[in-house]
Design a protein around this ligand. Structure first.
Ligand SMILES: N[C@@H](CCC(=O)N[C@@H](CS)C(=O)NCC(=O)O)C(=O)O
Length: 377
């Protein structure tokens, strides 16, 4: 069980024992990593990412300010929610967060790509342009638990400014807001239909896809009282699932036998492919163009200009975000690793949801991650 480490009472060097997860309650990717580690039974303390923690712990190790970060007793800092999860599966006892079997793994990686890189658009919109009072106050509470509510709101506004300014880069604008809401409500309806059949994404226990979706829904929506209320009205089964994933501990329940792919996930993936796949294909083209003049090891820019995109039937503009290609490369690597009947079953699944073109071709530029940054391999 995570306990808050008493910052300010003891020097940090004395408190860093065992694993320490640095994050915040409201952050999408901290929520994903935290829920996965807890489910697996990894014992860790948690440090709240205050400005002081960014300055003293995160930036010296990672080189820039980002959460979540997992610190190990050996002094390693692991950043990126997927790396934290992969590390736990590799180095810690307990059942695997990754399902590992051919189709279940494919579904999990696709849903991770969707939750991390597409549902984040909805999370950004609802959090910042739909109802931002809660998150501003939450930022203030997190950064300065010691001051009055009024002061926390002021502090929250200062912290919120650069994040709010970044929201349009995800494609949130007056032109797209109704499309984002239509997409999100469509997702909630499809996921509710799935949850009428199964308690988790792939059966009777959570796995990677649950944790990625949980991240997108817990901090941004569930914790915000206004958005929680709306989600409860629109999709009570999804709210119950959020609570199940939050409270789940390994030991009870199993994934569906025989690597069975639930048909009730197909509508979610079809919606993903119809809207996220063109954006990824465009990002691949931009990456190919940019990488022509780049040597191996060159740092990949976070964004390669802007492009048009469509969400929920509404057209807008967003940054061409390169990180999504890193998640896509994982999906493609997994698909490429399959052979024989496994590959055929995976191909049938991809065909059924319109994802074949996106997943079957290798990326024209191989990516790697060094020093917590994306580079040309
Ligand atoms: N791909 C990263 C994304 C992490 C991320 O975007 N974290 C947010 C908070 S939820 C953040 O720290 N953003 C600041 C930044 O990326 O500069 C992961 O999965 O860990």
């Amino acid at each position: 069980m995570a306990a808050q480490v008493g910052l300010g009472r003891k020097p940090l060097s004395e408190t860093l024992m065992g694993y320490v997860l640095i994050g915040t309650e409201a952050s999408q990717f901290s929520g994903k990593a935290r829920a996965a580690l807890r489910w697996k039974g990894v014992s860790f303390d948690e440090i709240v990412a205050t400005p002081q923690v960014y300055r003293d712990l995160i930036e010296p190790r990672v080189g820039y300010g980002v959460i979540p970060v997992l610190l190990t007793e050996a002094g390693q800092a692991i950043q990126d929610s997927a790396d934290i999860i992969d590390f736990a599966d590799r180095d810690e006892a307990g059942p695997s967060i990754h399902p590992g079997t051919p189709l279940h793994e494919l579904l999990s990686l696709l849903l991770e790509l969707y939750a991390d890189e597409w549902l984040v658009i909805a999370a950004m919109h609802y959090r910042w342009s739909h109802d931002d009072a809660w998150i501003v106050e939450e930022f203030g509470r997190t950064a300065r638990p010691d001051v009055s509510r009024e002061e926390q709101i002021e502090v929250g506004q200062v912290i919120a400014k650069p994040i709010r300014d970044a929201v349009p880069r995800f494609g949130v604008s007056d032109d797209t807001v109704s499309g984002i809401e239509a997409h999100f409500e469509g997702f909630l309806a499809d996921f509710s239909a799935h949850l009428r059949k199964l308690p988790f994404v792939l059966g009777h226990r959570p796995s990677l896809g649950d944790f990625a979706l949980f991240g997108a829904l817990y901090g941004p929506f569930y914790l915000n009282p206004v958005l929680n209320e709306q989600m409860r009205r629109l999709a009570p089964l999804v709210v119950a699932w959020v609570e199940r994933v939050r409270d789940a501990r390994a030991g009870a329940g199993a994934l569906l036998p025989n690597d069975e792919a639930p048909a009730s996930l197909y509508p979610i993936l079809t919606r993903q492919m119809s809207e996220q796949a063109p954006v990824l294909a465009d990002a691949i083209r931009a990456m190919q163009e940019w990488a022509k003049a780049q040597p191996s090891g060159a740092r990949v820019k976070r964004s390669l200009g802007a492009h048009e995109f469509v969400i929920g039937g509404r057209r807008g503009e967003r940054s061409i975000l390169t990180f999504a290609l890193w998640r896509l490369q994982r999906v493609r690597d997994h698909y490429q690793s399959l052979t024989g009947g496994d590959r055929e079953r995976a191909a049938r699944l991809l065909d059924a949801v319109g994802g074949m073109a996106l997943v079957s071709a290798p990326l024209p530029v191989r990516l790697d991650r060094r020093d917590y940054r994306l580079v040309v391999a």
